[in-house]
Design a protein around this ligand. Structure first.
Ligand code: MN
Length: 267
């Protein structure tokens, strides 16, 4: 068997510093093949662009290395690769390193997590990796991306060693700022934004509405087992996720509805 073939993508666009760091860190353990969006798709979630043609072309990373780019969404990158644009079926999908944490309820907005979901949905082990940058953000190369990439490579080795046992599970990795205190395997936390709406008027006198908000900055007490707590406390968080959104605790409770909602009374 040759080196594992690793599909690498992201949602911040191919020029994001995290993509370059990831390719370097994954090269010793496999053959990274990059197909990334040609622009920023952050918060695009799992998107399928099917109302216009997708394009596939080449571009260069800041280090001169050639990569593949598309005008599609992050999840489209994975589909395009699986449907024949990659030279072979990936052994692993890695999405990231996202500029900003993807924890708690935010995972449902994330294009990074969505790209990994696309892999998991197709039965390929997948990792989403994100770096907490705090409220100030950070599109500049930083040593934190190297740390996050090195951690991702270690996770990738472990995922590859498990083979198909993790085929329907995606591993959501979040790396805190600075030097991590350690690693925590966590469950998903809750809402991390206090939402706000800014209203104003554009120069042509039309009202506009801008969705904004403040992100949680301190670890939520009593939620020590969550990804939100771990990242905000300085730990690397590793959360296994799957696409089954069923609320299992409610399943039995709601089963009586099968009798209460009578189809013969309807219409
Ligand atoms: Mn992003």
């Amino acid at each position: 068997m040759g080196k594992p073939f690793i599909l690498v993508t992201n949602d911040d666009g191919y020029l994001s510093p995290g993509l370059l760091a990831l390719r370097k860190a994954l090269s010793p353990i496999g053959e990274p093949w990059i197909l990334a969006p040609d622009r920023n798709w952050s918060a695009a979630s799992r998107t399928r662009v099917f109302h216009k043609p997708l394009r596939f072309s080449s571009a260069r990373l800041p280090d001169g290395e050639e990569v593949h780019v598309t005008n599609g969404a992050p999840s489209d990158c994975v589909l395009l690769a699986l449907l024949g644009l990659a030279p072979r079926r990936p052994d692993l999908v890695v999405a990231g390193i996202n500029m900003g944490a993807n924890i708690g309820h935010d995972v449902t907005y994330s294009g990074t997590v969505a790209a990994a979901m696309e892999g998991a949905s197709a039965g390929i082990p997948a990792i989403a990796v994100s770096l907490d940058l705090g409220p100030e953000g950070g599109a500049e190369p930083s040593p934190d991306y190297e740390i996050a990439a090195a951690i991702t490579a270690r996770v990738a080795r472990l995922v590859l060693a498990r083979g198909t046992a993790l085929a329907r599970t995606l591993i959501n990795v979040n790396v805190p700022r600075g030097v991590p205190k350690g690693v925590r395997v966590t469950r998903l936390g809750g809402k991390i934004w206090s939402d706000d709406l800014v209203r104003g008027q554009d120069p042509r006198g039309r009202d506009y509405y801008w969705l904004t908000g403040e992100m949680l900055t301190s670890p939520p007490p009593g939620e020590e087992d969550t990804d939100v707590w771990a990242v905000l406390s300085g730990y690397v968080s590793i959360t296994p996720l799957h696409l089954d959104l069923t609320a299992y605790p409610m399943l039995n409770d709601l089963r009586q509805w099968e009798d209460e909602i009578r189809v013969d009374d309807a219409g």
